[in-house]
Write a protein that binds this ligand. Structure first.
Ligand code: GLC
Length: 544
């Protein structure tokens, strides 16, 4: 049997609030996406993954779902979703939707029922309610911290007005964690999977896939809690992440997907290290893919890139799954800015006015080199909307505009993820840079957006957009996603490998180096006057 489409697919992440706004309210929507699908076909990706568009109070930009079987009026209707799926299919694009099983919104009917019901009731047993500690239960049940800052427990006021039980929320207070030991929850999500599979989606990106099962004793955990934290190989496993019990859930889901026609996939969002632990999510009877966050987080040096690429390939090969690659998404600083930050500043969660600012030119140069390196690797790659324009992070967003709950919950110490979520520019001279028909934009767009607009880059040789398009065309032509990597050089300054008919070289050193022998097909920036590959440039050469 031919390998599934997903083993080599380039999957483009759409963040619906910020992609395209059809009605001018400043928030992107499904009809907006449908109208812009031509861009994605033109770019040459294989599939789109849509971040959540379900009914939601939007406490965490839709990752707080109040109804898993509908569309929020902000984004359109179920009919709009059907139209989007059909139009995408007509353009040869697959559609993956986001599934958020770790928690619901506090506005979900189940949570409302739980709050209204008594301690010990079946309604409360759908979530993780506990009595507090101390004589009057005023202390939280354990010391867990929320990923967004502050305690991971909130105390209820019981229906009779007295302070009552506490509920667990690993994220915002408006995102209560579900109790996955309860069979009713498992049955419900199987039904939700079927609901979207029946509507024709090609798969699910599974949010916080490593969080569903908690260690039974809810033991204290003294370590800090971060969205980017995983399990370092030499550290004990946190009691809230990557528990062995999660795998049973995905085995059951896999059976559901396999009972459908076509090739439908599950993709794990699991911030888990090392690569061998992540590979457990993509064993043959579980999910199809898992995001490779170790790759996203790797330093831009030849040894670090060599190590992470080699390790990733080995770990997924061992379980027979494709490796995935990703550089940007809606939770991290866009790689065009991240790669222009000084390494000494660590890895900030957001950048704002007054913070050390990235070197934009250096960041973009490295980002383009990194993207060309990534798109030449065998496996499947993820792109985040706007990276094909070389879009930087908005690093001077006024703090008053911030919407990520991280900013408030961290007591204004972590700026959070708004800077990568700003609505993207399509036309330099249009209102909201073509995002919508009006000037409205739920996060302010910086004036800089004009120079990154799609219409400024189309047909402009050497623009980031054309660089991506050429790379995607060649990737398909040379079947790079299906290929095998063979290292030619893995020194401190230069990485070079073969994949099928292509030789790829990235120069991390300070001096220019000669390109590999053969016909130069593509490069992330021009070669120097002597035909050598300058610092922070990747070239693709057809070897003879
Ligand atoms: C995932 C999402 C992130 C969200 C969190 C809670 O990490 O990618 O955006 O805030 O889950 O649902």
């Amino acid at each position: 049997m031919a390998p599934g489409w997903w083993t080599e697919a380039v999957i483009y992440q759409i963040y619906p609030r910020s992609f395209a706004d059809s009605d001018g309210d400043g928030i992107g929507d499904l009809p907006g996406i449908t109208a812009r699908l031509g861009h994605l076909a033109e770019l040459g990706v294989d599939a789109v993954w849509l971040s959540p568009f379900y009914p939601s109070p939007q406490a965490d930009a839709g990752y707080d779902v109040a109804d898993y079987r509908d569309v929020d009026p902000l984004f359109g209707s179920l009919a709009d979703a059907d139209r989007l799926i059909a139009e995408a299919r007509a353009k040869g694009l697959k559609v993956i939707v986001d599934l958020v099983p770790n928690h619901t919104s506090s506005a979900h009917r189940w949570f409302r029922a739980a709050v209204a019901a008594a301690p010990g009731s079946p309604e409360r047993a759908r979530y993780i309610f506990r009595d507090g500690l101390g004589p009057d239960g005023a202390e939280p049940p354990n010391d867990w911290q929320s990923v967004f800052g502050g305690p991971a427990w909130t105390r209820l006021v019981e229906p009779d007005g007295r302070p009552g039980q506490w509920y667990l929320h690993l994220f915002d207070t408006a995102q209560p964690d579900l109790n996955w030991d309860n069979p009713e929850i498992r049955a419900e999500f199987v039904d939700v999977l079927r609901f979207w599979l029946d509507r024709g989606v090609d798969g699910f990106r599974v949010d916080v896939a490593h969080g569903l099962i908690k260690q039974a004793d809810l033991a204290n955990w003294e370590e800090p809690q971060e969205i980017l934290s995983g399990n370092e190989a030499d550290k004990p496993r946190p009691p809230m992440w990557d528990q062995d019990g999660v795998h049973e859930v995905y085995r059951q889901w896999r059976q559901v997907l396999d009972s459908y026609d076509g090739d439908r996939i599950l993709v794990a969002e699991a911030w888990v290290e090392p690569a061998e632990r992540i590979a457990r999510y993509v064993r043959p009877d579980e999910m199809h893919q898992a995001f490779n966050f170790e790759y996203l987080l790797a330093a831009w040096t030849a040894p670090a890139q060599y190590a992470v690429i080699t390790r990733s390939l080995e770990a997924t090969d061992a379980v027979g799954a494709p490796t995935t690659w990703v550089l940007s998404n809606h939770d991290v600083i866009r790689h065009a800015s991240r790669m222009g930050l000084s390494a000494k500043g660590g890895r900030p969660n957001g950048i704002g006015i007054g913070d050390p600012q990235p070197d934009a030119a250096l960041g973009l140069r490295r980002a383009r080199a990194a993207t060309l390196l990534m798109l030449a690797l065998p496996g499947s790659a993820y792109l985040y909307q706007g990276e094909e324009l070389g879009l930087p992070e908005h690093t001077t967003l006024p703090d008053e505009s911030r919407q990520d709950p991280t900013w408030e919950r961290s007591g204004h110490t972590q700026r959070g993820r708004d800077g990568c979520r700003v609505p993207i520019p399509w036309e330099a001279d249009a209102p909201s840079y073509g995002f919508g028909p009006t000037d409205a934009s739920w996060l302010p767009q910086p004036p800089l957006w004009a120079e990154y607009a799609l219409d400024r880059q189309q047909g402009v040789s050497g623009s980031t957009y054309e660089t991506y398009r050429t790379a995607l065309r060649l990737r398909r032509e040379y079947a790079l996603g299906r290929g095998t990597l063979e290292w030619l050089s893995s020194g401190d300054e230069v990485l070079s490998f073969r994949n099928g008919g292509l030789t790829v070289l990235t120069n991390f050193g300070t001096a220019a180096v000669p390109p590999p022998a053969g016909e130069l097909l593509h490069s992330s920036a021009p070669l120097d006057a002597d035909g050598r590959v300058p610092t922070d440039v990747t070239v693709w050469v057809r070897h003879s």
